[in-house]
Ligand binder design. Structure first.
Ligand code: NAD
Length: 323
């Protein structure tokens, strides 16, 4: 298990993160072994093929179960959709923690980058500690483009010493690694950030649509907002109107019919995490609750939007009528 790194969950984010982590680790330490695992084995095999073709000598083992991954590697990263998947991969039979309990291993580092419920994550992290492992929550900000470019921001929760152990791995996938506090703090920060983002993407869509109907050119309006007090990522990078961004570092999902990017279903999940957390902690979220209900409503009305980028909320606004 020494000198081996495993990555479980190779979706839109995970596949890009694993590519950067494995290729950069291999460049600095060619003796490292690599392990990939996903519920859909073909995505792991595709990534194995890509890495082995591009990097002569890099050897990737594909395994079907988390249990095999943790038996093969002492460092395991996970990037899964949400709480139920993390529970499955970590705590159920054939999962990481029962396997570690059986191995009685005291040298495993676990890094979970999933955005999930803070309480579920804290329970898993306590269980990991009982199994003798060290674990951090390390959710990310920066989207698929950041995952590809290796410029993600990692928001990390966990003890200082574990943060230091995780840092070298995270720095191969990200440009900013922020230690937010103890276990669960990374997730708390992530959920609050996405609360802002979820509201902003809707209101940017509203403003772009209202502007068009007031007779404004989309490019002119985006330019004004982006150089004024309304400037935000949802307008200057993830602008929902095709052609509105004149200067862009990366192509926004609206230019490819809202494919790729951050799925509306995942944004709805994050808005639910925020509103449920707020309820538990007696916090009023009038804007967050309204935004959550809107994402929910548009997915119900048009299920195709669930897997499109959440800036596709703009296409739903175009069809909507004032209530
Ligand atoms: P995704 O749905 O594209 O990928 C998830 C992957 O996990 C899939 O390949 C799936 O097969 C795999 N998986 C599910 N259950 C599994 C199991 N039991 N065992 C092994 N593999 C399993 O999701 P994504 O867009 O990569 O997002 C992953 C996480 O990152 C989510 O929590 C999301 O909220 C967060 N996130 C996503 C973005 C983004 O822009 N997509 C940005 C920031 C954070």
């Amino acid at each position: 298990r020494q000198n081996a790194v495993a990555f479980i969950g190779l979706g839109r984010m995970g596949a890009n993160m694993a590519y950067n982590l494995f290729s950069k680790t291999y460049a600095s330490n060619p003796a490292t072994k690599f392990v990939l695992c996903d519920a859909v084995p073909s995505v792991a095999l595709d990534l194995k093929r890509r890495l082995e073709t591009e990097f002569n000598g890099l050897d990737v083992q594909v395994v079907l179960k988390p249990e095999e991954a943790v038996k093969a590697a002492q460092t395991v990263l996970t990037m899964l959709p949400s709480s139920p998947h993390v529970k499955t991969v970590y705590t159920e039979d054939g999962g990481i923690l029962p396997t570690l309990h059986a191995l009685a291993s005291h040298h495993t580092l676990l890094i979970d980058s999933t955005t999930l419920d803070v309480d579920v994550a804290r329970a898993v992290m306590r269980d990991a500690e009982n199994a003798g492992a060290k674990m951090v929550d390390a959710p990310v900000s920066g989207g698929v483009a950041g995952a590809k470019a290796g410029t993600l921001s990692f928001l990390v929760g966990g003890p200082d010493a574990t943060y230091k152990l995780a840092h070298p791995y995270l720095s191969m996938m990200g440009a900013r690694i922020i230690h937010c506090g103890p276990a669960g703090a990374g997730l708390g920060a992530k959920i609050c950030n996405n609360l802002v983002l979820g509201v902003q993407q809707i209101v940017v869509g509203e403003a772009m649509l209202l502007g068009e109907r007031l007779g404004l050119d989309a490019g002119v309006l985006a330019g004004v907002i982006n150089s004024s007090t309304g400037a935000c990522w949802s307008c200057h990078t993830n602008n929902p109107v095709p052609g509105a961004l004149k200067e862009k570092a990366i192509e926004p999902p609206c230019e490819r019919d809202y494919e790729g990017g951050f799925a509306t279903a995942l944004m709805l999940k994050d808005m639910n995490l925020a509103t449920q957390g707020a309820q538990k902690h007696g916090t009023a979220l009038p804007m967050g609750t309204a935004a959550k209900e809107y994402y929910d409503r548009i997915i119900q009305a048009n299920p195709v939007l669930a897997r499109k980028d959440f800036s596709s909320v703009y296409t739903a606004l175009r069809e909507d009528k004032p209530s």
